[in-house]
Structure formats: C-alpha cells, structure tokens
Design a protein around this ligand. Structure first.
Ligand code: 5AD
Ligand code: SF4
Length: 443
C-alpha cells in the first residue's frame, strides 16, 4: 500500500513539474513515506529524519537552496504533533488520506519559507473519498504491472494492530470509480493488476444503480471487460474469504494462483485474544476449499510470534498449522507493542528473547517450505512478465504466476528490447531460497 501511495504522490507532483531524483541530495522536496505497523519501522523515521537534516543543512550552505522535508504515511498520522515537536526540521506532516493535497501543502511551505519563516504544516484528516476523487483525475505511468486500490482502512480491530487508527475505518470505493481507473490502466497497456486494500476481500463497493459489488464479482467483471492477463489481490482476511471468491480461483483464468491469507497464530486461544473472528478449524477449511478449487495455488500468510499470553504450547500449534498448510512463502514478525492498541496494555507480555527464539524456529520452517516450493518449479515452463532490469543490463526479472521472482540473463541487449515488458514463457533452470532462474522459451 505504501508503494502504491508513493507512486500516487509522484503522479500528483509530476503535474506540478516535479520529477523523482536518484538521491535526496538533489531534491527540492524530500518525502518520507512511513509505516507504523511495528515499532522498528516507526523508530526508523526519527533516525532517517536525523540523516536528512544533515543533508538539508549541507544543501542550504552549499547552494543556498531551501529544500522541504515532509513526513507522510501512518507514523505521521499517529504521531504528527510529536514529530513536529521532536524534529522541528520537518516542514510538513501529512497522513495517508491527505497526500493528494501535496501540491497545495508544498506551495504553502515554499511561501512561508520565502517569507523567512519556518513552515509547520500538519494535515492528518481521515476522509478517504476526497483523496480518490482527486487522484483519479491524474494520469497513469507506462508500466506493465500496476496496483489499483479498491478498498482502504479496516474495521476489524485486531487487538495488536494500528491500521484502524492510522488508515481509518473500512472504505470501499464505488464500483464505477474502480472501473474508471481499471480502464485507464487497461488503455495504458497494463497486463497485470493487483487489487489493493488492507482488507481487500471485504470489498463491498456500491454501483450507481445501487447494487453491491463483492471482490469476487469485481474480478469476474475485470476478466470479462479488460485485457488484463493477470489479476491479483492483497491482502485478505479469513472471515471475508467467501465461497464465491474461492470459486473465482478455480474458474477465472486471469485470477493468479496465489493467495496471501494471514492466520497470524495457530492456537484458538491466541487468535481469539487477537480478535481475529475465526478459528483455526475455519481457516484450515478455507485452505482445503481453495486447494480443491485451484490445486496448484501458492499459499502465503503473515505470522506474529510472542503475542501476549502465548505459551510454548500455543507456539507449537502455530508450527503445526505451518506444517499442515505448507506455504509457498510467508511473512513473520515478533509481536510489537503498539501504543493505543488493546494488547499493548496487557500484563502477560512475552519476553523478547523468547519471541526471538520462536521467530527463528518459525522462519527456519518457512524458509524450508519456500525452498521446497521453489525447487519443485525446476524443469517447469511458466509465463513470466518481465518488468524489471536486474543487476546487469541483460538481466531481466519478473514474477511467475505463483509470485516467485524469476530472473533470466538474455545475454544480448537486442533481446532485452524485444522482451522487456512482455509476458514470456520461461523454462525454470534452477531455484534459490528467494528466486528462480530461467531461460526464455522463444516461439
Ligand atoms: N506486531 C507484530 N506484527 C504486526 N502486524 C500487525 N501489527 C503487528 C504488531 N503489533 C503484522 C501482521 C499483519 C502484518 C501486515 O503485520 O502479521 O498481517
Ligand atoms: Fe490490522 Fe488486518 Fe486486523 Fe485490520 S484485519 S486490524 S488491518 S491485522
């Protein structure tokens, strides 16, 4: 979501004549787009501000240029006033729902600076619909893969999570608005679209005709009315994994065989304390049904270890779920106390060293599973959308249908020109822990 937001910030500022620089040293405007989900990410903001302050002062001394330093995103939303107090060098603070107003904020900051004063702009309003209305008027880039936000925010209030507070309540964009953006991407030649939302499968946008659209129906409609060859969505909640959406995985060719469905923990006691609204049995039933609909589906998830009250036995239940599901890839974290969330105040916090040990055991198993999944791809031929240049000018990188990074050395720059941005068949030659290497199967 932050990558998507950053791209939109680049879009809105491009209309003001700004372009992206390679380093902050050359920038008139530096935006830190921040994440508040775990403490580590949030703390990083202050060390980054420290470094940028030095760079800003150097630039002012050398060229007399006054750059603007802005902090956006969820840390800004949660701690805006605190940032202004702790780091007076920051000129602008704005949340995830107000970055469409960056041009106005920047102009205001410039004017204040010219008048010899210090800007202290703060805009952390949480009304989402105005943002999308404003962003939809802007153009799109010429990439072959794109994110498309259909939903934002969350009403689930998991007891560890800041999202409902920093991104606000659940908001589904109107059907026609999503389709308008989808058609723009389609006309720009996008081949792969990822529908985005903190709780994307809770999508329930209304149409002008007063009909409610589910995510499943939206995917079917996009498959019917666009040239998208690949449709993905992320991220989902087990409670909203409907039979209709599971069926889409079996029936719609464009719906990619990859599902990121976080379970967070493997014991009923812990998922209940997390306020996850599902049981381990109901999660396992979804996995079974999805695999029935699409046997080759690659499964992914998120895990938190060391949630308050988690015993060794609870943690072993997480390990059991992991072994039973067999993930293609997954993300795992130590529980991090977030201010303002219920679990942060609970007494039965788990010691840091215990969290670290559990995380190491879990990641060891997840890494083995990912490696096994990658190894099983060797010898297969699969379509890969070559979307990035790799380390060398002849190295191209893309994604397999299962979200694996696949790289190829085409050895000749003329071939790069021919296949870059294309969906090509690749025969997988070898596998690594995090990626695959393939060769082109040219027709
Ligand atoms: N501590 C650790 N991990 C967290 N996540 C969300 N909040 C926390 C927290 N307080 C993880 C969850 C979520 C992912 C985006 O981040 O696993 O699915
Ligand atoms: Fe956070 Fe996801 Fe829970 Fe919403 S469903 S509160 S975004 S972890």
């Amino acid at each position: 979501m932050n990558v998507y937001d950053t791209e939109r910030m680049v879009d809105v500022m491009a209309h003001e004549g700004y372009s992206v620089t390679d380093t902050p040293d050359d920038a008139d405007l530096v935006v830190l787009n921040t994440c508040h989900i775990r403490e580590k990410a949030a703390e990083k903001v202050y060390s980054d501000i420290g470094r940028l302050r030095v760079q800003k002062e150097k630039r002012a001394k050398k060229d007399g240029k006054q750059s603007i330093l802005a902090v956006g995103g969820c840390v800004a939303q949660a701690e805006g006033a605190e940032i202004q107090k702790r780091a007076p060098v920051v000129d602008m603070v704005f949340g995830p729902q107000t970055y469409h107003r960056l041009p106005e904020m920047t102009k205001e900051a410039d004017a204040i600076k010219q008048a010899g004063e210090r800007p202290r702009i703060l805009d952390t309003d949480l009304s989402v619909s105005e943002k999308f209305e404003s962003l939809s008027k802007k153009g799109v880039s010429n990439k072959k893969t794109a994110f498309l936000t259909v939903q934002e925010g969350c009403d689930k209030f998991c007891t560890y999570c800041v999202v409902p507070y920093t991104r606000g309540g659940e908001f589904s964009r109107a059907f026609e608005d999503v389709m308008q953006d989808a058609m723009k991407l389609n006309d720009a030649g996008v081949l792969e679209v990822t529908l985005l939302g903190q709780n994307v499968n809770a999508y329930h946008g209304m149409s002008k005709a007063g009909e409610e659209w589910s995510l499943a129906r939206m995917i079917r409609h996009l498959a019917d009315t666009t040239d998208f060859e690949r449709i993905r969505y992320t991220t989902s909640h087990p409670q909203d994994m409907t039979d209709e959406l599971i069926a889409v995985h079996g029936e719609i060719e464009q719906c990619m065989p990859y599902l990121h469905l976080p379970v967070q923990a493997g014991s009923d006691k812990i998922v209940k304390a997390m306020n996850r609204h599902h049981t381990i049995a109901s999660y396992m039933k979804i996995i079974e049904d999805v695999r029935k609909a699409r046997p080759d589906i690659a499964l992914s998830g998120d895990f938190i270890v060391g949630f308050p009250g988690e015993t060794d036995a609870d943690f072993q239940e997480t390990m059991k779920v992991v072994r039973d599901v067999n993930y293609a890839q997954a993300y795992s974290f130590m529980y991090s106390e977030r201010p303002g969330t219920p679990a942060a105040d609970w007494e039965d916090q788990v010691e840091e060293h215990v969290k670290a040990e559990r995380l190491a055991e879990l990641q060891d198993e997840l890494n083995k599973q990912q490696r096994a999944f990658n190894d099983a791809s060797v010898g297969k031929t699969m379509p890969v959308l070559l979307e990035r240049i790799g380390k060398e000018a002849t190295h191209l990188v893309g994604r397999s249908p299962y979200m694996q990074a696949v790289y190829v050395d085409v050895k000749d720059v003329n071939v790069v020109d021919r296949v870059f941005g294309q969906m090509v068949d690749m025969k997988i030659e070898s596998a690594g822990p995090r990626s695959l290497k393939g060769e082109l199967v040219l027709k």
